[in-house]
Design a protein around this ligand. Structure first.
Ligand SMILES: *Cc1c(COP(=O)(O)O)cnc(C)c1O
Length: 338
């Protein structure tokens, strides 16, 4: 049973869940890299290995989202993103695995090889893909497609928000906090002094934050921004936190009524660069350092920028006495559907 359900039987009773992941994901010491950049101890939480054939952070959210879709009798799910969206791809792959079709509603982004790769794999698993030139057109297109799909299947497609970051999706990362806590209790690795995580649609960060607060363990989590402040301002992060806590305590009244203020958030904005999916030289250097020292792949849109924050803080001597956990959210598998 997943650790969140062990602690909160009411959630087990009231929250639909389908197992898609191979959990817990491993935590790997990066000894060479820690020595090289003057961090006392450095570990990587390998959420690249959550699932096959496509892992990464979105699959933890989909364990709850696709289960909710099924419990509502949906045959199709509809989700949204930029054209290279890992989330849209993860949804397409895992929806298919549980017998549902996925509809991806996409807007353009800066071109990179991974964008084409993700689109090709989405097509390969049978996703229906619609492109729109901008968010206004996407909104109009969404109304039309919902209507068409209702006519065609007599059922509304189940709507999954961008990044899977609804209270239901965020629950996957509340569980991930419990999973990490378990691993620490079993002495698989020491309790980290600080955790670095990527902040996109914020579900990953917010889920961990709720989990740690519920567990009453005080490990600072450093969120590193990779999307525009207009898209995910701090107030919206707080709102997602509050909605998720309300959701969980409505499913199990013993879930604590946690709170968060904007002042508690210390979002790191300085690694974002020119825009979403605009690679930065610092991010590229961080990818290179990880690759040549430890052999792991990071990416320029998300995890490279996050790891750049780790390296910058190490360079400034802030981590030489610290045990640091870098939470890797990037799919680790070769992207072939089979
Ligand atoms: C989507 C994504 C993120 C961001 O996660 P959010 O929950 O949207 O903040 C981070 N890393 C990778 C590789 C992603 O695909």
């Amino acid at each position: 049973m997943i650790p969140l359900f062990e602690t909160f039987p009411g959630l087990k009773e009231n929250l639909p869940f389908i197992s898609l992941c191979d959990l817990p994901t491993p935590v790997i010491p990066l000894t060479k890299l820690a020595k090289k950049v003057d961090i006392k101890e450095l570990y990587l939480k390998q959420d690249g290995l959550t699932a096959t054939p496509f892992g990464g952070n979105k699959v933890r959210k989909l364990e709850f989202l696709l289960a909710e879709a099924q419990s509502k009798g949906a045959k199709e799910v509809m989700t949204f993103g930029f054209s290279g969206s890992n989330h849209a791809l993860a949804t397409a792959v895992h929806a298919k695995q549980v017998g549902m079709k996925s509809i991806s509603m996409l807007v353009p982004q800066t071109s990179h090889p991974y964008v084409e790769r993700n689109l090709a794999m989405s097509r390969q698993v049978g996703a229906e893909i619609h492109f729109y030139p901008n968010f206004d057109a996407l909104e109009r297109g969404t109304k039309r497609q919902r209507f068409f799909h209702c006519l065609k299947t007599f059922k509304s497609p189940f709507i999954i928000p961008p990044g899977g970051s609804s209270p239901t999706g965020v629950t996957g990362y509340v569980n991930a906090a419990y999973e990490l806590h378990h691993q620490i209790q079993q002495n698989q690795f020491p309790r980290p002094d600080v955790i670095y995580i990527t902040l996109g649609t914020a579900g990953t960060f917010v889920g961990l934050l709720i989990g740690f607060k519920a567990l009453d363990i005080n490990i600072p989590i450093v969120p590193v921004r990779v999307v525009d402040d207009d898209f995910m301002p701090p107030a919206k992060v707080v709102k997602l936190f509050e909605e998720t806590v309300t959701f969980l305590s409505s499913k199990d009244p013993s879930f604590p009524k946690l709170t968060l203020t904007v002042d508690e958030l210390q979002i790191r904005d300085e690694f974002f660069g020119e825009g979403y999916a605009e690679f930065t030289s610092q991010g590229n250097a961080a990818i290179e350092t990880m690759k040549e020292t430890e052999g792991y792949n990071l990416d320029g849109t998300y995890t490279g920028k996050t790891f750049a924050a780790v390296l910058e803080d190490a360079k400034n001597g802030l981590l030489k006495d610290k045990k640091v956990l870098f939470w890797n959210t990037l799919n680790h598998h070769q992207q072939t559907a089979e």
